[in-house]
Design a protein around this ligand. Sequence first.
Ligand code: GLV
Ligand code: MN
Ligand code: MN
Length: 418
Amino acid sequence: MTLVPEINGERLLGRLDAFARIGATPAGGVNRQAFSIEDRSARRLLAQLALMRGFTIFQDGIANLFIRREGSDAALPPLMIGSHLDSQPTGGRFDGALGTLCAFEVLEALEDAMIEARRPIEVVAWANEEGSRFAPGVMGSMAFTGTDTAAWKSIVGVDGASLATELEATIAALPEARLRPTGMPVSGYIELHIEQGPSLEKELTPIGVVTAVQGTRWLEVCIEGSAGHAGTTGLSYRRDPMVAAIAAIHRLQTTIMPLDASARLTVGRISAQPGSINAIPQSVTFTVDLRHPQLERLDAIEAEVRAVCAAEVDGQHCSATIRRSFDMPGAAFCPDMIKIIEDAAESLELTYKRMISGAFHDALFIARVAPAAMIFVPCRDGLSHNEAEYVEPADAIIGARVLLQATIAAASRPTRTR
Ligand code: GLV
Ligand code: MN
Ligand code: MN
């Protein structure tokens, strides 16, 4: 008798609760930043659950964690499904965790029903997707797909921690996971994620089929002025980098997005050195996160940021250096994988809509080496990177059911290159 694989909704929701307790914040979110003690605890819990089910676990040199269920043809490259377990400093409990735990639920559902898939299937928790502690983000999938990581050795986190040290400790904290080289052939990749925007909820559509991800660029602007006494330095003697930074940010915020509805510009971090209440700062550093679906527009907006900063800095007799810390061109997903997800939604009689992701995801990098696509589920008020992030339990389960059907289809599809 063949059993029909089914998502166990209660088990999935219980797991979401259990992981939300790791790094839980008083306001109901999570702080489980990459390679922290909390991140290590979440990885440990997932590894334990996997070992209890008899799956094999691996990790690689950047601490990507893989849970493998063999297929009937073990020689085939695995189909990968998953997301990430690290979070923003005041993150929500679903960003990344939902996709990782839905993927694990799929693996368990196949195991429960004793389904033998043709391809091996691996659940993956990509390392440092967020990049909020150690920039850049999507480190795990970048390294996995061949990005040169030599320069990452010297990265220092916002809390002063060394990436190299924290990464080593994270890998060492999971000795049960066999080490394997970073990067390997993959037959396909499907990532489920919350939309992180409002459209699915507003349109009462349970499933988003993601066809592409827009591009992201991160800049670090450092404005250098001259430190001075707050009480004695008259206006004409000041070279105040804070004044220049505020003017530049204000100009950018009142021009870039109001003039281009597809553009996104965010200044998420600003710091003054030495940061003393009664001293004009010597320097001010701020970050700029830029997004746009069109590469030419991203280039034009970056040029605009540089020009505005140069002008405002000049006005205050300061100087600026602008460093690109991250450049992730957008990408379109594979039509075959998109179709597999649409077919999965249709087989469950669910409405869906095609959409472009405003957030970046590990799938963007995996799409460079394997057919990839993503499933979105609605989240309340489109809120994400916020402790109040919320997904209706029914929507989480529906997403997992679509992921299950898509996984079954993708794990048996004929081998072909992209
Ligand atoms: C991902 O976390 C993003 O910032 O898009
Ligand atoms: Mn995410
Ligand atoms: Mn995120």
